[in-house]
Design a binder for this molecule. Structure first.
Ligand code: ATP
Ligand code: MG
Ligand code: FE
Length: 344
C-alpha cells in the first residue's frame, strides 16, 4: 500500500510517499525559515500562503522522484493538527481535494504521532514498548509508548517547550531565527565553567519540565553584560554553553527517571531538538553507563517533514484499513492533545 503524506502544520511544507512493502519511496520539503527570519518568528498568514504556493510543485517532485503517477497512490495522510489553523487548512484542503479528484481515501494524522514514530523510519528502528522524549518547537513531553496509538503521558513542560527555549535564548543572544542549531554550534566553543545557569525542575521528583526561567536566566546574564550588542563572541559562546549544558542535563536526567519509573530499556527521541549534538552525546553516554538503548530519527526527519506523516498514516492503516475514508469534508484541530488519540 502506498501512502502519500502531506505536512503543513507550521513553516515546512512536506510531501512524501511511503510504501508498506518497500519503505520510504521519496520525499520533498520546503522550509519557510528564510521568509520568516526577518520577523524573528513564524508569521501565520505568510505561512499559509506559502504552503499554497509550494504544495503542488512538491507533490510533482515527490511523484517524479519515486517514478510514480498520482493514480498509484492508495491513500492520502495529512496533518490534521496540532499546529497553526491556517497552515493546517491548506494541507488538509490539498489532501482532500486530491483524494476527491483521484478517488482515494484520506486520513487526518496527529502531527506529534508523526514525530513520535519518525525514529521507526531509521535503519535500526526500536521495538515497542519504549519511553519517548518528544522535544520539538512546541512540545516537551515524556511518553510511554506501547504501540501505535498507545500513548501514556508521563510528564510535560509547564511552560516553554525545549525548542522554544533554544529559539528564544538564541534570539536574546542575537543569533537570528530559528536559533536552536545556531546556539548549539556556538556552545561548542564555550567554556562550561563560565556561566552556571539553573537546571529547572531537576529535583522535582516528577517528570515535569519548565524552561521559561532558563530563558530569563539567559536574559539576566545578557543584560548584566550590557545587552547582546556588547557581549563579545567568546562570552556569547560561554552563555550558549551554559544554556545548552543546563537544558541537556535536565532532559537527560528526566529521561533516566522515566526509564526507571517504567522499567523500560528503550528510549526514543523525537522532534527538532532531537537533532541537537550535545543532547545526543549526553544520552549516548548515559545509555552506555546505564545499559539502555537510545534511538533517534535520521537528522533530516527530526524537524517537520512529510515522511513522518506518510509513515504514521501507513501505520494506522495497517492496523485499521478503515481509518482512511472517501470523506472529503475536513476539519483541522489546531489544539489536539496526543493522549486523546488512544482509539484506533
Ligand atoms: P511541534 O512539532 O511541537 O508543533 P515544531 O514542528 O515547530 O513544533 P520541530 O519542527 O520538531 O518543531 O522542531 C523545531 C525546533 O527544533 C525549533 O525550536 C528548533 O530551534 C529546534 N532545533 C532544530 N535543530 C536543533 C538543534 N540542532 N539543536 C537544538 N534545537 C534544534
Ligand atoms: Mg519548523
Ligand atoms: Fe513539528
Amino acid at each position: 500500500m502506498i501512502v502519500l503524506g502531506v505536512e503543513s502544520s507550521c513553516d515546512e511544507t512536506g510531501l512524501a510517499l511511503y510504501d508498506t512493502e518497500r519503505g520510504l519511496l521519496s520525499h520533498a520539503l520546503h522550509s519557510q525559515v528564510a521568509m520568516h527570519e526577518e520577523y524573528g518568528g513564524v508569521v501565520p498568514e505568510l505561512a499559509s500562503r506559502d504552503h499554497i504556493r509550494r504544495a503542488i510543485p512538491l507533490l510533482e517532485q515527490t511523484l517524479s522522484k519515486a517514478g510514480m503517477a498520482a493514480q498509484e497512490i492508495d491513500a492520502i495522510a495529512y496533518t490534521q493538527g496540532p499546529g497553526l489553523a491556517g497552515a493546517l487548512l491548506v494541507g488538509s484542503a490539498i489532501a482532500c481535494s486530491l483524494g476527491m479528484a483521484l478517488d482515494k481515501p484520506v486520513l487526518g494524522v496527529h502531527h506529534l504521532e508523526g514525530h513520535l514514530l519518525s525514529p521507526l523510519l531509521a535503519s535500526d528502528p526500536p521495538e515497542f514498548p519504549f519511553v519517548a522524549l518528544l522535544v520539538s518547537g512546541g512540545h516537551t513531553q515524556l511518553m510511554r509508548v506501547d504501540g501505535v496509538g498507545q500513548y501514556e503521558m508521563l510528564g510535560e513542560t509547564l511552560d516553554d517547550a525545549a525548542g522554544e527555549a533554544f529559539d528564544k535564548s538564541a534570539k536574546l543572544l542575537g543569533l537570528g531565527y530559528p536559533g536552536g542549531p545556531a546556539i548549539s554550534r556556538l556552545a561548542e566553543f564555550g567554556d562550561p565553567a563560565a556561566y552556571k545557569l539553573p537546571r529547572p525542575m531537576l529535583h522535582s521528583k516528577d517528570l515535569m519540565f519548565s524552561f521559561s526561567g532558563l530563558k530569563t536566566a539567559v536574559l539576566t546574564v545578557v543584560n548584566n553584560n550590557g545587552g547582546a550588542a556588547n557581549v563579545c563572541e567568546q562570552d556569547k559562546a560561554n552563555i550558549a554553553r551554559g544554556f545548552v549544558d543546563s537544558i541537556v542535563d535536565v532532559l537527560t536526567a528526566k529521561c533516566l527517571s522515566a526509564l526507571k519509573q517504567t522499567g523500560l530499556k528503550r528510549l526514543v527521541i523525537a522532534g527538532g531538538v532531537g537533532a541537537n549534538a550535545q543532547l545526543r552525546a549526553s544520552l549516548n553516554a548515559a545509555a552506555k553507563k546505564k545499559h539502555f538503548k537510545v534511538f533517534y530519527p535520521e537528522l533530516e526527519f527530526c524537524t517537520d517533514n512529510g515522511a513522518m506523516i506518510a509513515f504514521a498514516g501507513a501505520m494506522r492503516l495497517k492496523i485499521n484499513p478503515q481509518a482512511a475514508q472517501r470523506e472529503y469534508g475536513f476539519n483541522v484541530r489546531p489544539r489536539w492533545p496526543l493522549d486523546e488519540l488512544r482509539v484506533i
